[in-house]
Design a binder for this molecule. Structure first.
Ligand code: ACO
Length: 431
């Protein structure tokens, strides 16, 4: 294929920049030499038009509602895969053979315990501390408890760190929940799968043994698969940016957890339930909330609606909605919040404001109802998202470290402050 170029004319001079094309036909202007050639930089607040890297992990088409991990459609993975297998796929690029999967599961089991001394840290956080704050601190602290071993090769060190993170973050999440309730910590069990182990560590107690239900385990697997990666979203971009300074992987993941905490990102799953509860408390009428979301003088937004990339229905939301019904049916339970959510969606999708702004339900819109049904407390919702997103963060970090075009992330700016001025001694400053 002949190389295409984009022409840029500045002060009458023409510059040419190559157009690069992704495997799915996505086109981008390579402006990596822009400043060197023209002295100019680009201005793109929020990076909505900026490709920060080339990646072969996840493909999404926001107009068509397509999401694929390493080429596999999200719908197929949700139906046939498990979270552990999907994590392997994201991190290693291919689906594992049976032998590879067994080996990976054994490693996850071997690394599932958390250093006993870390328990003191958990116990020192105030009971009301948000679990996302605790998780980001504890993940960063993992480096102190598991320092680098110089005898290990870099590859071995990365592999150990990756399995440790995948396994321990899940244990730590359950541990923080138990400690926050003043309950005895439940240790991981070697005979349980990754997801079953998590539910057991969360809900088992010596006086009320937890009965593992395969359907609920499947639902949790799907929940995590749907969250496993989403290309250059805010938290993944944070992991890549912090990682670009060559910090250790724990620190980079900790930065991702902090970014995910925000209500405009992963924190939306908690915010959706809070919003649905508020609608319920106000009698269940969704219309005043729709009106508030449309009012430019009101900061209220319909949580779980809208997405930077999807301008159509988020494919993950469709699967999550089905899981809601499946789980509630299995538990023979009715959740009035699901009725409110369906009504909200129905009204919003017919409203010209939401149609014109391309605002559709995103992954968070139905995920909270699934988590509620599984018994996960509201303040742990974003932690559940974080466990799911770990393989994505890890694979993106790994890819960035191996990228031949790797560079320290360092955007530029357009300075709009005051020009140079003389320092004024304090006694000469006007009160
Ligand atoms: N409710 C009402 N209006 C909205 C919403 C919403 N949920 N989302 C976007 N809009 C409107 C904005 O007011 C703006 O309107 P205007 O152009 O008339 O001023 C327009 O749509 C574009 O909004 P932006 O904030 O510029 O779009 P952006 O791409 O930055 O926003 C975001 C994406 C942050 C997700 C936004 O849709 C939002 O705040 N949604 C609610 C929070 C949420 O659900 N977040 C989870 C996202 S999925 C995830 O991170 C896992």
């Amino acid at each position: 294929m002949t190389q295409e170029y984009a022409k840029l004319i500045i002060d009458g001079k023409t510059y040419e920049f190559p157009i690069i094309v992704g495997t799915e036909g996505e086109r981008a202007i390579d402006i990596s030499t822009l400043r060197k050639e023209t002295g100019l930089i680009t201005f793109d607040p929020g990076y909505a038009n900026t490709g920060s890297c080339k990646s072969s992990i996840t493909f999404m088409d926001g107009e068509k509602g397509i999401l694929r991990y390493r080429g596999y459609p999200i719908e197929q993975l949700a139906e046939h895969s498990t979270f552990v297998e999907t994590a392997y796929l994201l991190i290693n690029g291919e689906l594992p053979t049976r032998k590879q999967l067994n080996r990976f599961s054994v490693l996850l089991n071997d690394h599932s315990m958390v250093h006993e001394d870390m328990r003191h840290f958990f116990q020192s956080f105030p009971r009301r501390a948000h679990p996302m704050g605790i998780l980001s601190s504890m993940v960063n602290a993992l480096r102190a408890f598991y320092p680098e071993i110089p005898e290990r090769s870099e590859e071995e060190e990365i592999n150990v760190t990756v399995t440790r993170l995948l396994s321990k973050v899940r244990t730590m999440a359950a541990m923080s929940y138990k400690i926050s309730r003043g309950h005895m910590v439940v240790y991981p069990r070697h005979d349980l799968s990754y997801a079953a182990n998590f539910l057991n560590m969360m809900f088992h107690s010596p006086v009320r043994p937890y009965v593992i239900d395969d359907d609920l385990v499947d639902a949790l697997n799907v929940f995590w698969i749907l969250h496993a990666d989403h290309e250059q979203n805010c938290s993944t971009a944070a992991v890549r940016l912090v990682g670009s300074a060559r910090v250790n992987l724990y620190a980079a993941i900790s930065a991702g957890i902090c970014a995910l905490w925000g209500p405009l990102h992963g924190g939306a799953n908690q915010a959706v339930i809070e919003m649905l509860l508020q609608i319920q408390e106000n009698g269940g009428d969704v219309r005043p909330f729709i009106e508030r979301a449309k009012d430019k003088n009101d900061p209220f937004r319909l949580m779980g609606f809208g997405h930077r990339v999807y301008k159509t229905y988020d494919p993950r939301a469709k699967i999550m909605q089905k899981i809601c019904y499946k789980v509630l049916k299995k538990l023979k339970r009715h959740d009035p919040l699901l009725d409110i959510a369906r009504k909200l969606e129905e009204v919003a999708l017919k409203d010209p404001y939401f149609i014109d702004h391309n605002l559709y339900p995103n992954v968070d819109f139905y995920s909270g109802i699934v988590l509620r049904a599984l018994g996960i407390p509201l303040n742990m919702f974003t932690v559940m998202f974080a466990i799911g997103r770990l393989p994505g963060w890890i694979s993106q970090w790994k890819e960035s470290m191996e990228d031949p075009q790797w560079k320290l992330h360092r955007p530029r700016q357009i300075y709009i402050g005051v020009g140079e001025r003389e320092y004024i001694p304090i006694d000469k400053r006007e009160e």
